[in-house]
Design a protein around this ligand. Structure first.
Ligand code: BGC
Length: 269
């Protein structure tokens, strides 16, 4: 059976794509022939490396700087994308950060920064993408859907996380934002889903895998026995953006090596 993802020529925007999970998703979409916008806010040289990598595999990509929590910058980024690629078919709402601290020491600034980037940033980008999806509608040669949005969530939309209250709250918020948008827009043939990664080896959680002791402790939380790689998420994102997953909307796919299986209960409870 021919198994084609048919993403070639679709326009994709990946936020926070100059490192970690976003980078892997951008590269995976590029490998499938999508025209990729590599969004970044700091380190343009890293964004350029991702663009070069996509081009070296025969794909198209451009880097666009925008802080996803800034409405004007988000709108300018979409305008630049439309000027370059004409439209948007796939939005991967990936940009996110952590500012960890015990709740009693958590500053309002750190609370707001995490909510603004992780949650409000996804809202602002989704809104611009949805406006274009509604304007354009379904174009059968491109996709069965009028547009696809993938929200990068986390196992922490389910697992409470001491010392990371702002981050866990942002991810819990993403779940209901994603589901409510999916409910509202399914009749318009717009599909909106999330990916909930577990521990993926990226700069955001280096303290959890950077030395042998921490890694050993981390692996007790992962039944599958290995830390995730950014490519594990890239592959799932490509499938979720393709018509192969056309009947999925409003769902979170957890890609976590079984972290959500409560491994602590395998020998106790
Ligand atoms: C966090 C990582 C963490 C993982 C599993 C992710 O959402 O960003 O720091 O390792 O969840 O706990």
């Amino acid at each position: 059976m021919e198994y084609s993802l048919k993403i070639k020529g679709q326009a994709a925007l990946v936020t926070g794509a100059n490192s970690g999970i976003g980078e892997a998703v951008a590269i995976a979409l590029g490998e499938q022939g999508a025209n990729v916008v590599v969004n970044y806010v700091t380190h343009p040289e890293l964004a350029q490396q991702v663009v070069d990598k996509i081009k070296s595999t025969g794909g198209n990509a451009i880097a666009i700087k925008a802080d996803v929590s800034n409405e004007a910058e988000v709108q300018a980024m979409f305008q630049q994308m439309f000027a370059e690629y004409g439209t948007i078919d796939i939005l991967v709402n990936n940009a996110g950060l952590q500012k960890d601290s015990p709740i009693e020491n958590m500053s309002l600034a750190d609370w707001q920064l995490v909510i603004n980037v992780n949650l409000t940033g996804q809202f602002l980008c989704a809104r611009e993408a949805i406006r274009e999806f509604l304007r354009r509608g379904v174009v059968a040669e491109r996709s069965c859907a009028a547009g696809k949005i993938i929200c990068m969530s986390s196992v922490h939309q389910v697992i409470p996380w001491a010392g990371h209250v702002n981050y866990a709250a942002s991810k819990g918020g993403i779940e209901m934002m994603m589901k409510s948008m999916a409910q509202e827009l399914a009749p318009k043939k717009i599909r909106i889903n999330s990916i909930g990664p577990g521990a993926i080896q990226t700069p955001i959680n280096q303290s959890a895998w950077g030395d042998p002791d921490s890694l050993k402790k981390l692996l007790t939380l992962i039944p599958y026995g290995r830390i995730g790689q950014p490519e594990d998420i890239g592959k799932v994102a490509v499938w979720l953006a393709s018509d192969q997953s056309d009947y999925l909307t409003g769902t979170t796919l957890f890609v976590d090596g079984g972290m959500l299986l409560y491994p602590g209960f395998s020998t106790n409870g």
